[in-house]
Design a protein around this ligand. Structure first.
Ligand code: SF4
Length: 319
């Protein structure tokens, strides 16, 4: 199936002076098919959010290409292009506390995109705002209140309604539940899963909690220090991880179900993720890998197909 959104060799560096730069995203290629949810997982500092923002054009790419329905997107958008694409590609942000304007009512926040990007009359905007409040489990009364009057889970529902009201085809969900209490995380993830089914959405779901992402994702991509190290069907990645980093990431992730958790090996990843300013040569995971070999310090492993094109891994154990 042809991709709805595709990154090809996408790279994003941040210049930080004195000739140094942060290698936030390095040569990442990832395609997302229509109506597919791809979970992008990895520790904090692995470049996941930067990849999502670069994909949507919120950060200017350093190199590579982003294709939307086969069309290469420009580095700089003309206003008309931006208006067209902003409707089709949306982002739900990590922090529901800082991403909502505290001086706007909830109805104004949710309807803002329609006011900016469409010519709809006010009555129609109000009608759609009311419908979306209902769709995300809030009531019409909530529309006249301000963000500080809501819990974290409710604020994230407001953020979801704000993104979805534009009827986007592709949504990047940037750690949408990591700032929320565990008790409401599953509710918000389930809401996104339901919206995906009812609206035919395509999602890139960025998270560090693999067990949560697995439940909603068709495929998962594992990112380490700006590069993809493993891609495959979500259950295969979770139950049969191949890359040593994925194995450790899965092992260090608590299972919500106590019975499953008791029967799993729990393994911590030793050491810290290296600085993306001084990226080590060879395999980026070599300094923390329990299976490291001499070649790993010298040669960078390519992301290659394992059994079929669907399952890819970047590790010398498989070359
Ligand atoms: Fe470990 Fe080497 Fe594989 Fe990197 S390439 S993950 S260091 S075995």
């Amino acid at each position: 199936m042809s991709a709805l959104v595709e990154a090809v060799g996408l790279t994003r560096y941040f210049e930080i002076g004195r000739g140094q730069r942060v290698h936030a995203v390095e040569d990442v290629s990832l395609a997302v098919a229509p109506r597919e949810i791809v979970g992008l997982v990895g520790e904090s500092g692995s470049g996941k959010s930067t990849f999502g923002k670069t994909l949507l054009g919120l950060y200017r790419k350093t190199a590579g290409t982003v294709r939307y329905r086969g069309e290469s997107l420009p580095d700089r958008y003309a206003p008309a292009d931006f208006r067209r694409l902003a409707k089709k590609m949306q982002m739900i942000f990590q922090d529901p506390y800082s991403s909502l304007n505290p001086r706007m009512t909830v109805a104004e926040i949710i309807g803002e995109g329609l006011r900016l990007h469409t010519d709809l009359p006010k009555t129609e905007i109000n009608r759609r705002v009311a419908a979306w409040l209902d769709q995300v489990g809030l009531t019409g009364d909530h529309g006249s209140r301000y963000p500080h009057e809501f819990s974290g889970g409710q604020r994230q529902r407001i953020g979801i309604a704000r993104a979805m009201i534009l009827e986007p085809e592709f949504v990047v969900c940037d750690e949408p539940v990591s700032a929320l209490d565990v008790s409401v995380q599953a509710q918000v993830v389930n809401l996104l899963g339901e919206l995906k089914e009812s609206l035919g959405l395509t999602l890139l779901f960025i998270a560090h909690d693999l067990s949560m992402v697995r439940h909603v994702s068709d495929r998962m991509a594992v990112m380490y220090l700006g590069s993809l190290v493993e891609v495959g069907a979500a259950d295969e990645i979770y139950f049969e991880p191949k890359h040593p980093y994925t194995e450790l990431l899965v092992g260090s992730n608590p299972e919500p179900d106590p019975e499953t958790e008791r029967n799993r090996d729990s393994t911590a990843i030793r050491g810290e993720i290296p600085s993306p300013v001084n990226v080590p040569p060879g395999c980026r995971f070599a300094g923390r890998c329990p299976k490291v070999m001499d070649v790993c310090h010298e040669v960078t492993p390519e992301l290659i197909p394992l059994r079929d094109a669907e399952r890819q891994v970047a590790c010398h154990l498989y070359t």
